[in-house]
Design a protein around this ligand. Structure first.
Ligand SMILES: CC(C)(COP(=O)(O)OP(=O)(O)OC[C@H]1O[C@@H](n2cnc3c(N)ncnc32)[C@H](O)[C@@H]1OP(=O)(O)O)[C@@H](O)C(=O)NCCC(=O)NCCS
Length: 200
């Protein structure tokens, strides 16, 4: 992976976009993207608070440093030169180092056009290359588009935490999804698929 590496490009008239790794020059655009999402008060952890440029610089610096060590994946969707989507995979720790935790968001003006599923497809592909064996994602139970997008991308539901999320004056359920990157994970070992020395 190199910063800014392009994974997919569409030049279609009605939907021109690029899916790529982040680069340093994205800081200000990512800041705008994140603050728009926060103001929207949608199905993400940000709920109105404003992220400062200093926080964003620290965040991107940490992301890039982890990516350079082969630990993290941070992709964006760019359309007409603006960031309209973001997705990340962060590693869990210790005995769970082979498990990646996924987050994703698409700008509200670009939702429902298949970008979320496309971005998740690249997340899965890149995670496999880095040696991740399992991905997990959690979602507000009321987030029907999110649930559909994860299921379309191949994620499977495995649990529910009742009332785990406070959203617009109510406690809503959080549901959990996983995506197995190797069939052998969680099954009787399949020697052909399990590298002798896993990368993670
Ligand atoms: C969740 C999210 C990333 C999905 O991205 P997206 O680009 O909108 O998703 P896609 O267009 O690829 O797929 C959405 C699917 O949900 C379906 N959908 C949309 N609204 C729906 C609804 N209210 N009920 C059921 N399905 C719905 C779409 O029809 C589509 O399925 P289809 O392709 O089978 O028709 C995006 O909606 C988003 O960023 N939402 C706000 C933030 C968020 O929820 N982030 C995830 C936190 S876990």
């Amino acid at each position: 992976m190199k910063l800014g590496d392009i994974l997919e490009k569409s030049r279609a008239k009605d939907s021109s976009y690029i899916i790529r790794y982040i680069k340093w020059e994205d800081i200000d655009d990512l800041l705008q993207f994140a603050n728009k999402l926060s103001r929207e008060d949608t199905y993400v952890m940000l709920s109105g608070e404003e992220i400062t440029r200093k926080q964003q610089v620290e965040y991107v610096a940490n992301s890039i440093s982890m990516m350079e060590k082969g630990e993290k994946i941070h992709l964006v969707v760019s359309s007409k030169g603006r960031i309209v989507g973001n997705a990340e995979v962060r590693p869990e720790e210790r005995r769970r180092k082979h498990v990646g935790s996924v987050t994703i968001a698409i700008d509200k003006d670009h939702r429902g056009r298949g970008l979320g599923v496309k971005l998740l497809g690249h997340i899965i592909q890149e995670a496999r290359k880095l040696g991740y064996r399992l991905l997990m994602i959690s979602v507000f139970e009321i987030n029907k588009a999110g649930i559909k997008a994860y299921e379309n991308a191949g994620f499977v539901k495995y649990g529910l935490l009742p009332g785990a999320l406070y959203y617009r004056g109510e406690y809503v359920n959080e549901v959990y999804y996983y995506c197995r990157l190797y069939e052998s994970i969680g099954h009787v070992s399949n020697k052909e698929e399990s590298p002798k020395k896993p990368k993670r």
